[in-house]
Design a protein around this ligand. Sequence first.
Ligand code: A2P
Length: 357
Amino acid sequence: EEFNVAILGATGAVGTRLISQLEQSTIPVKSVKFLASARSAGKVLKFKGEDVTIEEAKPESFDGVDLVLASAGGSVSKKFLPEAVKRGAVCVDNTSAFRMDPQVPLIVPEVNAKELVNHKGIIANPNCSTIQMVVALEPIRQQFGLKQVIVSTYQAVSGAGQSALNELMEESEQYIKGEEINPQILPTKGDNKHYQMAFNLLPQIDVFEDDGYTHEEWKMIHETKKIMLNDMDAKDIKVTATCVRVPVRIGHGETVYFEVEDKSATAKQIQDALSNAAGVVLQDDPSQQLYPQSINSEGSRDTFVGRVRPDLENEGNFNMWVVSDNLLKGAAWNTVQIAEELVKNNLVRVPENAYEA
Ligand code: A2P
């Protein structure tokens, strides 16, 4: 069987990677359609060497499409994906639009691929920071049990889209030349104030909630619970997060402090669990100054882990450093990997009890 695939948001930072990840995937592609806004209609992008003309996304664009890979923003997904499902297309969505919807599985294949059988036409791809953290934590949870997670992130600017990446480059040049800097996008396009990102740190990703956490931090807490425990409010694992944007182009870093149930667990055992885990590469050798770095993660589908060490004053607690390409495992690769799982398990079909908005 071959599939007609549409990429919604094909021109974006994630969209262009969806194209290349699909080119490199095991998915048998009959045809591709590249969809974006009216601004891009008529432009041409390549798929496996062939020209594909970008079309403006409309509900009818999804007629005859079997599989949609979407990364054009939450409101665009909200508008189009239910229309695509009505037309018989299965959608894997990289935005936050449907992640917490009880009708929608939230999938990281290394952790909960088994939930895919229950899909109703829409499957959500988690937040980039959540994905790389759960890929590293799941093998530890499997072997030692997990009680608590305290994470701080160092998130690359490409997570905020191509325009944010352009802004960082422009500001960096302006700063070095001593020119005036006029931020328009970061920390968060949708918020009122914008601050310099070049040579700076911004402890705000997405908008603030009433409780003082940012929405990005909220996502890391509740998505982790939904992925690992199938319950966004589960109390069995406690999670807290601080999310910080750093002037890095690609590759999120995270310090993850965690407590396991098995108090006899050692750092060596945790390193062994990680080095055997799917999707994880252990890079951990202080004697060789070996540890994961953002710039080395670029272009890789893996999640890199290093600096695994015990909290010397609290038994059963550990620190580690986790890095991954936020546009690949954090977005485009995880999305295409979900689509590969759907194909492998004969799940590229909308069931009778399809998703209803
Ligand atoms: P366009 O390039 O035509 O604006 P990024 O995450 O890098 O900011 O990319 C966002 C993606 O979403 C782009 O491909 C963008 O297309 C697309 N997009 C934005 N608004 C719409 C819309 N209303 N309909 C379809 N695609 C959209």
